[in-house]
Design a protein around this ligand. Structure first.
Ligand code: GDP
Length: 442
């Protein structure tokens, strides 16, 4: 899986931070050192890592402490934001000219990077959106390359234009444009020749095509699994050709992720798409924000954190946190929490945000449907019962079950889960003390 090891390491760093509740400067420093190491091991370039860590440090020290977030969550939030901006903040779109005009896209890349495959993938994607693309075989050095392009074209039902291997690529490109005009194709993909390494001849050939044909976009295809090499290749191509953007292939097999994290920062050019497999449908648009969530392995929690910032009533949260600290959390608090939760979307998710508790499977798993039932059960309890759940004997439980329209098993389950939760809260005295000091739920 993509980014597996980086993701795992970063999550470990965050887990260690979360366990601490309140963070000292030292904790943050050590945490960031580990983030730095994880990024270097992921083959992110040294300079990119340095700037990245600096950015986080500045934000972390300059930011206001949000009442609804623990310091650990705050660090995660900042890392996430920095990671998104590292990869480009906005999703880059390939611009196709309006109908009646032809968009010429030159595909470049080293041999084996996946250029021919990706050309067909991209053509198929754009065809689905109502375009009429044509693929052009400009790799005159390997007859097999033209054959492969034809095979791929057939698979995605996109025509291929070629003139064999005896004409110059620039000539083929020019003729292809005429062909496109005559046959009403609005996108021309020039599949150019790659080499095993960057060499002068290859670059000159690409420059010649660029200078003589109206090329609108130059897309560089690089193999994500080659890590820093991919980034260096992108840098060189960009210097010589001023590329439009990059497609990273084989991200499905890239467990490190360094190329995805550095390409944008090093070249200033966006990642447009990522190849996620050998099938011609395995091409995905690149979303920096989703990629960051994926790397941090906490997409849902992050959106919850954002929601918490917007929705959490900080006064109520403060009160609740004090109650938890004193371990006198009762069913009234539970109900109040549920009401807040309804605004935020999900019991299990809010519980996972409580520092130190996050991810513990012993917690009650409550979905939204159950939430309605739970509310009804609590509302059927008397004031006294809510304050002191130990009063709940079988006959009272029976009455509550009838009142709320559930069976007694469900009442029993809720009471049991509630007690379990209280017990868990007591198991984290350090955490609760920290919450109390901060005066927020966490
Ligand atoms: P070219 O020499 O740059 O034209 O590269 P090819 O298009 O021939 O691709 C080289 C190899 O990489 C082929 O075996 C492709 O199936 C494979 N490949 C291309 N893109 C991807 C991808 O996104 N994921 C995986 N797993 N393999 C890919």
């Amino acid at each position: 899986m993509a980014f597996e090891s980086l993701s795992e390491k970063l999550q470990n760093v965050f887990k260690n931070l979360r366990g601490k509740g309140r963070l000292s400067e030292d904790d943050v420093r050590i945490g960031l050192k580990e983030v730095r190491l994880a990024l270097l091991e992921a083959d992110v370039s040294f300079k990119v890592v340095k700037d990245f860590i600096k950015g986080i440090q500045e934000k972390a020290t300059g930011s206001d402490v949000l009442n609804s977030l623990t310091p650990a969550q705050q660090v995660i939030k900042i890392v996430n934001e920095e990671m998104i901006s590292l990869m480009g903040s906005e999703t880059a779109e390939l611009k196709i000219k309006p109908s009646g005009e032809i968009t010429v896209i030159m595909m470049a890349g080293l041999q084996g990077a996946g250029k021919t495959t990706t050309t067909a993938k991209l053509a198929a994607k754009l065809k689905k959106k109502g375009n009429s693309p044509v693929l052009v075989g400009c790799d005159i050095y390997r007859p097999a390359a033209i054959e492969q392009l034809k095979r791929n074209g057939e698979k995605v039902d996109v025509p291929v234009f070629d003139m064999g291997t005896n004409r110059k690529p620039v000539e083929i490109a020019k003729k292809a444009l005429e062909y496109a005009k005559e046959n009403h194709h609005n996108i021309v993909f020039l599949d150019t020749a790659g080499r095993l390494h960057i060499d002068e001849d290859m670059m000159n050939e690409l420059i010649e095509i660029k200078d003589n044909v109206n090329v609108d976009d130059i897309i560089l295809v690089v193999d994500a699994m080659t890590g820093q090499d991919a980034v260096n290749v992108a840098e060189t191509f960009n210097e010589k050709l001023d590329i439009t953007g990059v497609i990273l292939t084989k991200l499905d097999g890239d467990t490190r992720g360094g190329a995805a994290l550095s390409v944008r920062a090093v070249t200033g050019k966006p990642i447009l798409y990522v190849g996620m497999g050998e099938k011609l449908s395995d091409l995905e648009q690149f979303y920096p924000d989703r990629m960051a969530s994926r790397i941090l392995g906490m997409g849902d929690i992050l959106s919850l954190i954002e929601k918490a910032e917007m929705d959490m009533d900080s006064e109520k949260a403060k009160k609740l946190s004090q109650k938890i600290a004193k371990a006198d959390f009762d069913f009234n608090d539970f109900l109040e929490q549920l009401e807040q939760l309804e605004k935020m979307g999900g019991m299990a998710s809010i519980l996972s945000m409580l520092p130190g508790i996050g991810g513990k499977s012993a917690l009650p798993q409550v979905d939204d449907g159950q939430m309605v039932k739970i509310k009804a059960i609590i509302q059927s309890m008397s004031k006294k019962e809510r304050l002191d759940p130990s009063l709940l004997n079988p006959s009272r439980k029976n009455r509550i079950a009838k009142g709320s329209g559930v069976n007694i098993g469900e009442v029993n389950r809720l009471v049991k889960q509630f007690e379990q939760m209280k017990k868990m809260m007591k198991q984290f005295p350090g955490m609760m003390k920290n919450n109390k000091k901060r005066g927020a739920l966490g």
